[in-house]
Design a binder for this molecule. Structure first.
Ligand SMILES: [Ca+2]
Ligand SMILES: [Ca+2]
Ligand SMILES: [Ca+2]
Ligand SMILES: [Ca+2]
Length: 335
């Protein structure tokens, strides 16, 4: 699992202290007053990136969350009729797929005994990326015009620690037109089955060759160890910074990190039409994915490398080792 100890911030008690917000995003979303992370990365409220589909591969989602309504990618070739209309071998994949259950419903299903923090993981990541913005409800997303392709390929219990269906989810995302993949997930390198690793790395190489930018969380291990698959070449590994622009003690760091982004007290959507703070590099990666999508929209002919290079070249500096190029800066990158 991805550093459960650091994913501590959901629900009552939040981050321990109220999130200090000096600058408030200028949107009509009531909970945006708690979203310090948006102004911190230079996000100024513009919607941007119309039509650039971002795949979020995670542990399931509240697909009908009030602040994700209208934000989901829709498969144009599929009808709800029990048939595989578009011939992609997935029946009725109207808006994504559940690769664990092999069904069309990527909802997060209740699992008895599962930590509620982890139960809300996918919904939190999706909202950071593309919650509906300026709608008078909830929070703002960092790329609200990005259609979200929500793919369930992971559960946070031990049985799924090697992500055996991740390769299939990545290939689906690429085939169905996602241009960015956001992966708030990772395992310690020694915990990956060699065959699974090889298959996932092949799928990620295919994604990259297709121009798809893959962004992944570095991990919450508080050590110089970047989790797999963030650590592999061709995946943009994201570490966390806090509201002071410093690395929280729990963030993973190291030479494989490409960039850093806010990862503490990131206020976002949660299950049951909820909202709350989310901590961890699982919050950081979707922010960077949002910027990648924005850049992709502005520069449709750029390669994945060119998108990543722009993100790195325009980062603001961080006074710490192992955090890559610095903190992601939307304003500078999109200038
Ligand atoms: Ca289909
Ligand atoms: Ca169908
Ligand atoms: Ca399902
Ligand atoms: Ca909203």
């Amino acid at each position: 699992m991805i550093g459960a100890a650091a994913l501590v911030a959901l629900g009552a008690g939040g981050c321990g202290d109220p999130c200090p917000v000096d600058v408030v995003p200028s949107t009509d979303d009531p909970e945006a007053v708690r979203q310090w992370h948006l102004p911190a990365v230079g996000w100024t409220g513009e919607l941007g990136a119309a039509g650039v589909v971002v795949a979020v591969i995670d542990n399931g989602f509240q697909l009908d969350h009030e602040d994700l309504e209208g934000q989901l990618w829709v498969n144009p070739g599929e009808l709800p009729n029990g048939l595989d209309d578009d011939g992609n071998e997935y029946v009725d994949d109207l808006a994504g797929w559940d690769f664990l259950d092999q069904d069309a419903d990527a909802s997060r299903e209740a699992v008895e005994g599962l930590d509620p923090v982890l139960a809300g993981h996918g919904t939190a990541a999706a909202g950071i990326l593309a919650a509906r913005t300026d709608n008078g409800v909830g929070v703002a997303g960092a790329c609200p015009d990005c259609p979200l392709m929500l793919l369930r390929a992971r559960d946070f219990d031990a049985a799924h620690n090697v992500m055996p269906v991740l390769a299939e989810a990545v290939r689906y995302a690429v085939a169905e037109g996602a241009e960015v993949i956001s992966l708030s997930d990772g395992v310690l390198p020694d915990d990956v089955d060699a065959a699974v690793m090889a298959e996932v790395e092949a799928a990620l190489a295919e994604a990259r060759a297709a121009g798809v930018v893959v962004v992944a969380s570095a991990g919450n291990d508080g050590a110089e160890v970047v989790r797999w698959p963030a650590r592999i070449d061709g995946v943009l590994a994201v570490a966390a910074v806090d509201e002071d622009g410093s690395p929280p003690a729990w963030t993973s760091f190291g030479p494989e990190v490409g960039i850093s982004a806010p990862g503490r007290c990131v206020f976002t959507t949660l299950p049951e039409d909820g909202y709350g703070s989310f901590d961890g590099t699982s919050a950081s990666a979707p922010l960077v994915a949002a910027l990648a999508a924005r850049l992709r929209a502005n520069h449709p002919n750029w390669s994945a490398d060119e998108v990543v290079d722009r993100i790195l070249a325009t980062a603001s500096s961080v006074d710490a080792e192992g955090l890559g190029a610095g903190t992601v800066d939307f304003a500078a990158a999109l200038e």
